[in-house]
Design a protein around this ligand. Structure first.
Ligand SMILES: Nc1ncnc2c1ncn2[C@@H]1O[C@H](COP(=O)(O)OP(=O)(O)OP(=O)(O)O)[C@@H](O)[C@H]1O
Length: 569
């Protein structure tokens, strides 16, 4: 369906209402799939689809869906491995562009993979050579997998995410070790600190007690430079310290799964692990973990590779569900319009952007017969200032657009005919003068040129020209619209004159019913069909007559009496 720029604005606002409820970026694209269409079959297809899917969307889905993140499998060049292949395979292996390739094993790689028996046996495929490229994103996105599994349960459909999660458990050990490697510095420094405070304690406890005889012996040895003998006096504490060091190393060995002399025996207090030792350890651990990680990834991938296309589908489905969830949230309490012929009509329509609106029923055309209407295609909407005329035009446009999107509309019941074009001409309060008049006239005339099913909504065209000329211009243009079978609602204060000009048109009126206790206008937003709306100046005068004091009051009372006089005459 074609929309003019102001109708597009309304469409944009509707889109934003849906978009702002969508939690996942990937779901936003679905909004475009529901752009307004003139194709009856397509509208009906969308309605069927929504009628079937929206009821399945449970409120719990909102939180679960918010956990979904995209899982991206990215091709990457892995510098840690060498692929050794035969001459014939060389080109093909290089073309994979996944890691270095050679005819013979070379130094400097953590992993040597080979099709010719030089290292770990592999086939020439990315999933065999670099299974981590698949497993890592899955491992890092377990929250998403869990959410997909939960969604599957909620919708009573099995999810491959569950099988994948089960297989991924095998990766836990490797992941833990990776974490240890990342925190290696901290782990060793902590152990170092622990060890030093233990040694400090030991040293505090230690006291050297010698008997007189022993003391003489000690001095003699000192004089003779017999240091070995002296050291034996201290060897007890040294042994204890060495024992502590051994225990610390054991603890680290257990944690990191490597046997290594981490702490130096040269300097017993304070012990200190050099940066080089840590780096050496890290390199060793990394190498081992790489191999383990490769092998386990390959094993898992072999089991789950065939599930990945379905996982992708499930993820897409989740994005779609999130879109549908937003649509459901937005259209709560709405109804699917009946797609029929003969214009547009609705019962108890509610403006989308007015809080607690008074519901309004309306029809243009003969799509439904509301009391007081006779299938008129051209309607002149008259009535009280601020009565809700512009809002009613907006509501008609909102319902038309939503219906053409295939969505439910804010009404108790609605009937819509698929249209080719929707025009909405807003009143431009600030534009006066010949220029504005000419522009408005041109766009109004343009809307009447081509054939097709059209709904034309015009808000107070006469505001930019003199009333006399306006009757002639609008009158003639509406005759053309009538002849062409278009549907038109035009807001005008010239209802009386237009009614005379256009016998085929219906004149509806929104009426002010009086003043409330605070002297505010009471307006019935529901237009009276076929009845010219009473204008409100009389009520404004009454309000002023009641509000003002003294001389001013007298003046307003006199004017008001004039109105009353008119009424009686
Ligand atoms: N159905 C409704 N329920 C509640 N409030 C409404 C409804 N329709 C309109 N209003 C409110 O009434 C006020 C005037 O509405 P609107 O501008 O549509 O009137 P109007 O008749 O076009 O006025 P004007 O005579 O200035 O052109 C707005 O604040 C709007 O929010």
């Amino acid at each position: 369906m074609k929309l003019n720029s102001e109708a597009k604005e309304i469409y944009k606002n509707i889109r934003n209402e849906i978009k702002k409820r969508i939690q996942l970026r990937e779901s936003l694209a679905y909004v475009d799939r529901f752009s307004p269409t003139s194709n009856r079959e397509e509208i009906l297809r969308r309605q069927r689809y929504l009628k079937e899917t929206l009821p399945k969307i449970e409120p719990e889905l909102k939180y679960i869906l918010s956990k979904i993140k995209p899982i991206r499998f990215r091709k990457d060049y892995l510098h840690d491995r060498l692929l050794v292949v035969s001459e014939e395979e060389l080109e093909k292996a290089k073309a994979l562009g996944i890691c270095d390739v050679s005819l013979e094993p070379e130094e400097g790689y953590d992993l040597i993979l080979s099709t010719t028996g030089y290292g770990l046996d592999v086939e020439l495929s990315i999933s065999e050579i670099a299974p981590e490229l698949y497993i890592m994103p899955l491992w890092e996105n377990q929250e998403t997998l869990k959410a997909l599994a939960e969604i599957g349960k909620l919708l009573g459909a099995s999810s491959v995410a569950e099988d994948i999660l089960r297989e991924l458990k095998k990766f836990e050990g490797v992941a833990k070790r990776r974490e240890l490697i990342d925190n290696l510095d901290e782990i060793i420094r902590r152990e170092e600190q622990r060890l030093n405070s233990k040694i400090e304690e030991k040293l505090k406890e230690f006291s050297l007690t010698l008997s007189g005889k022993e003391l003489l012996e000690f001095l003699k040895e000192l004089k003779e430079g017999n240091y070995q003998a002296i050291f034996t006096h201290f060897s007890q504490v040294e042994n204890e310290i060495l024992e502590e060091i051994r225990k610390s190393e054991e603890r680290l060995a257990e944690l990191l799964n490597v046997d290594a002399e981490v702490f130096s025996r040269e300097n017993l207090y304070p012990v200190e692990v050099s940066g080089e030792v840590i780096e050496f350890l890290r390199a060793e651990l990394e190498k081992e973990t790489k191999v383990e990680s490769y092998l386990i990834s390959r094993e898992i991938l072999r089991k789950i590779r065939h599930l990945l296309p379905r996982l992708k589908e499930e993820l897409q489905r989740a994005y779609e569900l999130e879109f549908l969830r937003a649509v459901k949230e937005f259209t709560e309490g709405f109804v699917f319009p009946e797609i029929s012929t003969g214009g547009i009509g609705f019962i108890k329509g509610r403006h989308l952007f007015i809080e607690n609106p008074q519901p309004v029923s309306y029809v243009v055309g003969d799509i439904v017969n509301l009391d007081g209407t006779k299938g008129e295609r051209i309607v002149i909407l008259t009535g009280a200032n601020s009565g809700g005329k512009t809002s009613l035009l907006e509501l008609i446009a909102q319902i038309a657009i939503l219906a053409h999107m295939g969505l439910p509309v804010p009404a108790e019941k609605a009937w819509v005919e698929p249209l080719d074009e929707l025009f909405f001409f807003k009143r431009k309060r600030s534009s006066y003068g010949a220029g504005a008049f000419e522009t408005a006239l041109k766009s109004f005339a343009r809307s009447l040129t081509k054939e097709g099913k059209k709904l034309i909504l015009i808000d107070e065209f006469e505001a930019i020209t003199e009333p006399g000329a306006a009757v002639k211009i609008i009158g003639e243009l509406l005759k053309i619209a009538y002849e062409k079978g278009f549907y038109v609602v035009v807001v005008s204060h010239l209802g009386e004159d237009l009614r005379r000009e256009l016998p085929f048109a219906r004149v509806d009126g929104i009426e002010a019913q009086g003043l409330d206790e605070n002297l505010n206008l009471i307006v019935d937003r529901q237009p009276k069909f076929g009845k010219l709306g009473k204008s409100t100046p009389e009520l404004i005068v009454e309000r002023l007559a009641k509000k003002k004091r003294g001389k001013e009051k007298e003046i307003f009372e006199r004017v008001l009496n004039r109105f009353k006089g008119q009424c009686h005459s």
